[in-house]
Design a protein around this ligand. Sequence first.
Ligand code: NA7
Length: 848
Amino acid sequence: MTPEVDAVVVGAGFAGLYLVHRLRERGFSVRVFEAGDDIGGTWYWNRYPGARVDIPSLDYMFSFDPDWHRDWQWSEKYATQPEILRYLNHVADKFDLRRDITLGTRVTSAHWADDGWRVRTDHGDDVVCRHLVMATGCLSVPKEPDIAGIQNFRGETLYTNRWPHEPVNFTGRRVGVIGTGSSGIQSIPLIAAQAAHLTVFQRTPCFSIPAHNGPVSEEKQAALADEPAYRAAARASFGGVPQERTLIPTFAVPEAYRQQRYERAWQIGELLETLNMFSDLMSNPAANESFADFVRDKIRAAVDDPRTAELLCPSGYPVGAKRLCLDTDYFATFNESHVRLVDLRTQPLVGVTETGVETVGESFDVDTLVFATGFDAITGAVAAVDIVGRDGLALNTKWAQGPSTYLGLTTSGFPNLFLITGPGSPSVLSNMAVSIEQHVELVADMLAYLRAHGFDTIEPTPTAEAGWMQHVADAGAITLFPQANSWYVGANIPGKPRVFMPYAAGVDFYGAVCADVVGQHYLGFHLSGPAGSQCHDGVVRRLQPDVQMVLEMVAALNPPPLESLPVELARAALIEANSTRPAGPDVGEVIDGGFPGAASELDYRLYRPPTPGPHPVVVYFHGGGWVLGDATSDDPLCRDLCVRTDAVIISMNYRHAPEHPFPAAIDDGIAALRWVADNAAALGGLPDRLAVAGWSAGGNIAAVVCQWARDHGGPSISGQLLLTPATDSQPYPSYQDNAEGYGLTTPLMQWFAKLYGGPAADPRRAPLRGDLAGLPPAMVVTCEFDPLRDEGTAYAEALTAAGVPTELVQARGHTHLSTTMVDLVVSGAPIRDQMAEALRRFLTSPRA
Ligand code: NA7
């Protein structure tokens, strides 16, 4: 098959139009098929009254045309559908895009054969192309309303997502609207303004904030004075509109400030601004609920009838987890005497009748029924085409359990297939205009690279794709986005696999990923052609997304390596760093006290749960390489463990090197254990329920005191929790694999070991060298990107071999420090949950 054209593009919306321009500019021939009778995509079909963009128009536009203001001007902050459609037509004319676009023609199938795609349409076109680009949009295939009896209705039926081209007049009519997502919320006030009577059938109330639409503000125009910088900032932002990521968590500020911040966002009326008010709005359920309460109060204030107001108040899912809506007078519409809200949760829909809508217990006669019931989002339009890749594999078969892509742009088994803003890219969580441009430019660059290097095909490897899907899942899992039954997870379409589809780490992170892929010679792609083949296989992001963010933030500060500092300054640097971290959860009580160490009085900090005691007790040893830290330095972790385990956590200090080298820390650890065991009851603990825990060097001390207690007749210990412990005195391969860049570096670890000293083979220095039989049950946690990873694993394996019940938790994508970063690294929470679970298990039965 000889390709007739370099690329076939499916769809002539924002993405299809820019593809024509960009591919042509790079010297590629292109042919576009568009099902609609004109260009515009989403903005061609969604003509319902009130249809508007929900990202400011100055941001939701093409940036590739530097002198656009000479011939275009937005009339409003949020343009209406007709204005956006005029804009797209204007761009198509200005850049002469139409001549490559075939309208009114739907692509029905695309099959891969040899080294090209054979594309067929419903008009009999049969085109062979090298590359196939699906520019089909994320919200373009209507959801077929799953409501019985629609065909029986004798009145007028309208669908917001395929609205008639001629004006619809509701004057004097009784109208029913089913659906209260964005389309319903935008159209309902305008339908109400005309209709004689309006009944709104609501199944799930949506969170909505006022758009405060109006002329484009002077501030916004001023911000665009340096347009290249503005557009670059958009691409470097989390959502595709210039904005710094907020680093302030919700509860780090006083209540009054928090309410002011909510009010400010409410007055601004922008989605991304609202989602960025506080750093944890979309990750911390309590933070999210605090803003949800604010919105509910606003709804109650806007709606006169308290019962209707309550029905309009969303609850039971996080605000933002269904796309936040922007409205103009939506809630106040329900104060009109001719508007009625019917709550389908208490009064379920039975179906549509000849004359209207029937619910349990009540019938509603209407002249017009409007369905605002949404879309088969993100994958629907791709699934509607019969796409068959290499070896006869159908894309719908491959995606039967949910979509799988590399970068949300390509998928293995389907060479030269590109999905603009596909599943696994920021797409619908971002300003689509920015994400579309970035994808289109990436595709054009890829095609140019292939041509320049004599390749014909490009296809992601299964390894790269699996790694990316893991990363996309990780990025979603640390947010609240997947928790609603939304179209983000396909929950609105019966039978659609529940998978959170967009990439939630942000446009900025995604852009960096793509740059890394390209920079590493198309990492994860297999390229082939007459010139041979090229494949640099691998996974582009293996760190947890939030761990990566923290590492990048720290790297930007460029701190001096601790081991380059005098010890006192290194200690001060740690204290300084700790002072800026989130505090961790509240506990019942915190007590600072003293105990007799092996050589001198030492201090401890005790954390008591809020529940009535006495409680089991965990003796905890802090991290810091035997050199840094104190009884309070792991404060957030200790608080977190206290709350999760419902046990007293008592963090015991010990003397530090180099002033007090080996074995001072161990001697103090033993003294601490004995003192706590002897005083457990006085400390409010259960004397017969005692476990030990420690992190890093503290894990080393915890492991050693278990061996000591076994050999010295007690105290008896119910279990040991060792978080990234130092267990040996020799370097393992993880010292090389993770030498730099992950917080704890190999040079720093070597510095610690040198200052601490001790004989390499002494089990008190290297517990792995000791006798491990008869030790308390253990949990060992290792982190993938930690120099100490392998010695932790070795210890867990040796414990198991010695007959000690041991659980090894390997924290994927984590570093030596990241699982302890309470409220900063959300992905660490499930690991801490496992740790707490182990401690609870150890502590359920009395120690022997
Ligand atoms: P959405 O946001 O998917 O909203 C669809 C609405 O229709 C939503 O309220 C649904 O309730 C409701 N719906 C769907 N099926 C039914 C049935 N069978 N019975 C009753 N109610 C039903 O689509 P939109 O078009 O409003 O917005 C899509 C996006 O376009 C929007 O987010 C913007 O990005 C632009 P449910 O929530 O399922 O209970």
